[in-house]
Design a protein around this ligand. Structure first.
Ligand SMILES: NC(=O)c1ccc[n+]([C@@H]2O[C@H](COP(=O)([O-])OP(=O)(O)OC[C@H]3O[C@@H](n4cnc5c(N)ncnc54)[C@H](O)[C@@H]3O)[C@@H](O)[C@H]2O)c1
Ligand SMILES: [Zn+2]
Length: 362
């Protein structure tokens, strides 16, 4: 069954539909180009189409590579009337958002997210992030697709890391939206392996919660910033493990560290403590199938390197660290802490305590 909702933006609205077998149902009478994850292009039957395949690698999100894709589009005859179908996870989405926004000042496009992370989180909101000469996500813009089709069949070939990573972003969004949404999410009991019916419910729960954030704060000035929960602590782990810790796992661990840090600086009332403990418990259960891998990756990283990566996060201010922390009543809050030795010691302690408490450090 196909179910839909709309996202309203300053530039108009776009429709998001969730169902199965959606790819063949999207014919167009316009000149069409496919931008597609190389891995998926082997599985889909697109022989007669104009296809540009893209390896879903972090190195593909490079500004220099954008010129190559744009040239390929030109050679395939792309003009202002061309419609682009982008099929893939967050990497393909970042690239498609960027090139579609600038090719002849903007092409219309449809996005088919193929990973659970892109289905539950990135497919709405319209952001792109592109790496420049080794600087991750340094440039980007906001250029939402004209329509999104979430084909749940794509989940069938996803592994534990991808499913768990998608659930991490989903619970993050629901937690950020507030205690009621978090409760509803937990009631779905979403774990790996994820059955199809629960998958659809998770996608709706996360996207309808995210819709609220992006409609109220399209350009990331206030409420939407709360969706960075777990990311400042998590990115530091992801980068210092040389990406052996995947993005989703890093965000989960980052949320646990944020809880410890909020406890250390006395940020939470009793309701907040209970609520963040429930989130931690869910995350520990969710990560359980990857426990061995996580322990192994954490045993290889150096906490000093993690702290220096934390320090370098682009979201901090000149004089203050900025991060999203759990706060009173089970809500999140954007907080600033002075960049001094005391804060640094507490941040280090938060990393240590979070991993000791959950048995990730032996
Ligand atoms: N623009 C945004 O709002 C936003 C938000 C979050 C993350 N991101 C970016 O997204 C990227 C991560 O994206 P991701 O985790 O969605 O996946 P991805 O695009 O990195 O793909 C991960 C792996 O899964 C494979 N894959 C894709 N679909 C598959 C399927 N159906 N079955 C089996 N394998 C499949 C890919 O080939 C790749 O090997 C990062 O670069 C991150 O910075 C962007
Ligand atoms: Zn994320």
């Amino acid at each position: 069954m196909l179910e839909s909702f709309e996202v309203i933006t300053s530039g108009g609205k776009y429709k998001v539909s969730v169902g199965e077998d959606l790819l063949p149902k999207t014919p167009t009478n316009k000149h069409t180009i496919y931008l597609i994850d190389e891995y998926l292009s082997e599985l889909l039957n697109l022989q007669d189409q104009s296809v540009i395949t893209i390896p879903a690698l972090e190195s593909s999100k490079n500004l220099d590579y954008m010129a190559e894709i744009i040239e390929k589009m030109r050679l395939l005859g792309a003009n202002r009337g061309t419609h682009v179908f982008a099929i893939g996870g967050g990497i393909i989405q970042d690239i498609a958002t960027f090139v579609n926004s600038i090719y002849m000042r903007g092409l219309s496009w449809t996005y088919f997210p193929s990973t659970l992370l892109s289905m539950t989180d990135s497919c709405i909101g319209g952001k792109s992030s592109i790496n420049v000469r080794g600087y991750k996500n340094l440039v980007g813009n906001i250029y939402p697709p004209h329509e999104v089709f979430i084909d749940m069949n794509f989940c069938e070939t996803l592994g534990a890391n991808e499913i768990i990573g998608g659930l991490v972003e989903a619970v993050k969004i629901c937690y950020a939206r507030g205690p009621e949404n978090f409760d509803q999410f937990l009631k779905l009991k979403p774990f790996y392996p994820l059955n199809a019916a629960t998958g659809v419910q998770v996608v709706f729960a996360a996207l309808l919660a995210k819709k609220w954030f992006i409609e109220i704060d399209e350009f990331d000035q206030s409420e939407r910033l709360l969706l960075n929960y777990g990311h400042t602590f998590g990115h530091a782990l992801e980068a210092s493990s040389d990406f052996a810790i995947s993005h989703g796992v890093a965000v989960a661990l980052g949320m646990m560290v944020a809880t410890e840090y909020a406890n250390l600086i006395g940020k939470m009332d009793e309701v907040g403590k209970v609520s963040s403990a429930r989130l931690d418990n869910y995350l520990v259960q969710l990560l359980y199938p990857l426990e061995g891998e996580i322990k192994d990756a954490l045993s290889k990283i150096n906490l000093k390197v993690v702290l220096s990566k934390f320090e370098g996060d682009k979201k901090h201010l000149q004089e203050e660290y900025r991060m999203v922390l759990p706060s009173n009543d089970g809500c999140l809050k954007l907080c600033s802490c002075p960049k001094n030795d005391h804060s640094k010691r507490l941040i280090e302690k938060a990393y240590q305590q979070a991993f000791l408490a959950h048995g990730y450090f032996s």
